[in-house]
Design a protein around this ligand. Structure first.
Ligand code: CAA
Length: 258
């Protein structure tokens, strides 16, 4: 029996899949669902046979946000002491790359969950936005910080201040989404992308993700310093020798995956 109630997990090859499964609430992120997602992500992260993670929802909703009904009666002191979204930082700090496969609504915390991932693939049915302002609150899981970095401050301001949502095409044009695909191809495309990542050298993939994160979190000079160290460190790995020899020998590299 699965240890989870609100998500489905499945390992296929070197890819760990997480499917949010709270359809009656459009995958609204209540405390239990958030805990299960973080726990599954950490379990995949701890498994050296997993090289990438795919997270998805249903055809109608990736996730329609934090659970409004769970939050409705809470007050400031309660939220401040409980800090209910604190554990999300663990999800955004997974070393394993995460591909978000988004169909339907990705609103509020749902959009923020997608933005904690490394790659966002969208079905042509996807809708993204931060409508918290309409509820009398502001985004609380990174929306005011990650959305401007993804789409620029002016577009982010419009979305956060008006609550307007954008369709998949607009999200792709704005740089939030890396690719839009027909809805019935979304999961296959996400799996293929994740499998490609998982076929690479795991320590090198970790280093690349960490360097990309440094681009978000530091100033350019510091990020470039980090990149130089990490790039140079790859030359300590057998995988660098193998990758470059394989290129020279005109064969596929063998990074020693089981
Ligand atoms: N929390 C709790 N329940 C939710 C929910 C949410 N975020 N989103 C949807 N649901 C529930 C609905 O209440 C409804 O349940 P009942 O059948 O028991 O009434 C069920 O899911 C189906 O939803 P709708 O009937 O509303 O479906 P729809 O197709 O008519 O509309 C929708 C879809 C436009 C996404 C609409 O559900 C909606 O606006 N949802 C809320 C979106 C939102 O405001 N998200 C931000 C949440 S706050 C947040 O996320 C804070 C943060 O930054 C961390």
């Amino acid at each position: 029996m699965s240890e989870y109630e609100l998500i489905l997990t499945e390992t296929r090859g070197r890819v760990g899949h997480i499917t949010l499964n709270r359809p009656e609430a459009l995958n609204a992120l209540n405390r239990q669902l958030m805990r299960e997602i973080v726990s599954a992500g950490r379990a995949y992260d701890a498994d050296p046979d997993i090289g990438a993670i795919v997270i998805t929802g249903s055809a109608k909703a990736f996730a329609a946000g934090a659970d409004i009904k769970e939050m409705a009666e809470r007050d400031y002191v309660d939220m401040y002491l409980d800090d209910p979204f604190a554990e999300w930082s663990e999800f955004s700090r997974l070393r394993t790359p995460v591909v978000a496969a988004v169909a339907g609504f990705a609103l509020g915390g749902g959009c923020e969950l997608a933005m904690m991932c490394d790659i966002i693939l969208a079905a042509d049915t996807a809708r993204f936005g931060q409508p918290e302002i309409k509820l009398g609150v502001i985004p609380g899981m990174g929306g005011t910080q990650r959305l401007p970095r993804a789409v620029g401050r002016y577009k982010a301001a419009e979305l956060v201040l008006t609550g307007r949502t954008m369709d998949a095409e607009e999200a792709e044009r704005a740089g939030l989404v890396s690719r839009v695909v027909p809805a019935d191809e979304l999961l296959a495309e996400a799996a293929a992308t994740a499998e490609t990542i998982a076929s690479m050298s795991l320590p090198v993939v970790y280093a690349a993700k960490e360097a990309l994160q440094a681009a978000e979190e530091t100033v350019l000079a510091e990020g470039l310093r980090f990149e130089k160290q990490a790039f140079t460190a790859t030359f300590a790995l057998d995988d660098q020798t193998e990758g470059m020899r394989a290129f020279r020998d005109k064969r596929s590299p063998d990074f020693g995956h089981r």
